[in-house]
Design a protein around this ligand. Structure first.
Ligand SMILES: NC(=O)C1=CN([C@@H]2O[C@H](COP(=O)(O)OP(=O)(O)OC[C@H]3O[C@@H](n4cnc5c(N)ncnc54)[C@H](OP(=O)(O)O)[C@@H]3O)[C@@H](O)[C@H]2O)C=CC1
Ligand SMILES: O=C(O)[C@@H]1CCC=N1
Length: 282
């Protein structure tokens, strides 16, 4: 379904680069089929062209009208300018993917005013290494084949779940922001390893392999995390002592709070943008 398709990224930031890296390394999409535009930062486009061989774009309208897949990848608050720059250039046959946190498909549909096939997606930066966890949801005019195409695109870069749009904010809080929580955990574990006397350069491989090994155990054994945790935890041993400290620090409630707050933030971002749309259109 993707053979020879052209991709147009509007917004050349972090998630755009992760997706470009992933799409190209998956080997289905060629650099010449990937077009990228920014608001003003030309150096960034030059870097992406030199590094990945993609095509930098100035005339967004012209390129949008000639692209099969258009990916909205600007900050949520920049969506209105991006939509206004595309007026009249997009039609029903194209696939529009929005990775914008909080922004409903309806807002993009309305902005494009052509019954555009919009799919809202929430990938994460692990697209770059083909290990993203991505949630997708089709908008009002996204036909089953368009949703399937979006799923195929993200499946090249990792795991995909299709869900109702009202769950996309929760996906954002859980797995969209998720890599940052894990990096934060790695930072904390490395620092703790250092405090216990292990030099940083030795702590890192120990921490990373521990993470990778635990993930593989979960995937390959199919066991519940509780069961695997218990297998590590000897009665009155070292793990129990460590877990007790985590519990004293409210480990599970804190993680829950972080994910729920990030989910709520995604909803807030969307609400502000929808309100702006209502004000502008009145
Ligand atoms: N970072 C992440 O892990 C994830 C981010 N997202 C979502 O992706 C979106 C982008 O995030 P991220 O990549 O981190 O953001 P960045 O700030 O890194 O990049 C945003 C880019 O959008 C460009 N831009 C702004 N307005 C326009 C416009 N009108 N036309 C073309 N380009 C424009 C900016 O260009 P310039 O620099 O020239 O102003 C900038 O390069 C957000 O909506 C976010 O919610 C989704 C999943 C994960
Ligand atoms: O922090 C953010 O708002 C974006 C959305 C998910 C990951 N990064």
């Amino acid at each position: 379904m993707l053979d020879g398709k052209t991709f147009f990224f509007i917004g050349a930031g972090n998630i755009c680069e992760s997706m470009i890296k992933g799409l190209l390394s998956a080997g289905i999409v060629r650099p010449g089929e990937v077009r990228v535009a920014n608001r003003s930062n030309q150096d960034r486009l030059t870097f992406l062209r030199n590094y990945y061989g993609i095509v930098p774009v100035q005339d967004k309208k012209a390129v949008a009208s000639q692209s099969d897949v258009i990916i909205f990848a600007m900050k949520p608050q920049d969506v209105f300018t991006a939509l206004s720059e595309l007026t009249g250039s997009i039609g029903k046959n194209q696939l529009i993917i929005s990775v914008l946190a909080g922004v409903p498909t309806a807002l993009i549909e309305e902005g494009l005013s052509c019954e555009a096939a919009v799919v809202r997606a929430m990938p994460n930066t692990s697209c770059a290494v083909l290990e993203s966890a991505t949630g997708i949801s089709g908008g009002r005019y996204a036909t089953p084949d368009k949703l399937a195409m979006a799923e195929e695109i993200f499946r090249l870069m990792g795991e995909v779940v299709v869900l109702e749009e009202n769950l996309l904010d929760a996906v954002t809080g859980l797995s969209g922001s998720g890599p940052a929580y894990i990096y934060y955990l790695v930072e904390a574990m490395e620092k703790a390893g250092e405090a216990a006397g292990i030099p940083r350069e030795l702590a890192r491989p120990l921490v990373l392999k521990t993470l990778l090994g635990a993930t593989k155990m979960l995937l390959e054994t199919g066991e519940q995390p509780e069961v695997l945790r218990q297998q590590v935890t000897s009665p009155n041993g070292t793990t129990m002592a460590g877990i007790n400290e985590l519990n004293k620090g409210n480990f599970q409630p804190v993680i829950r709070k972080a994910i729920l707050r990030a989910t709520q933030r995604s909803k807030e971002l969307g609400k502000v943008i929808v309100e702006r749309q209502v004000v502008t259109s009145n």
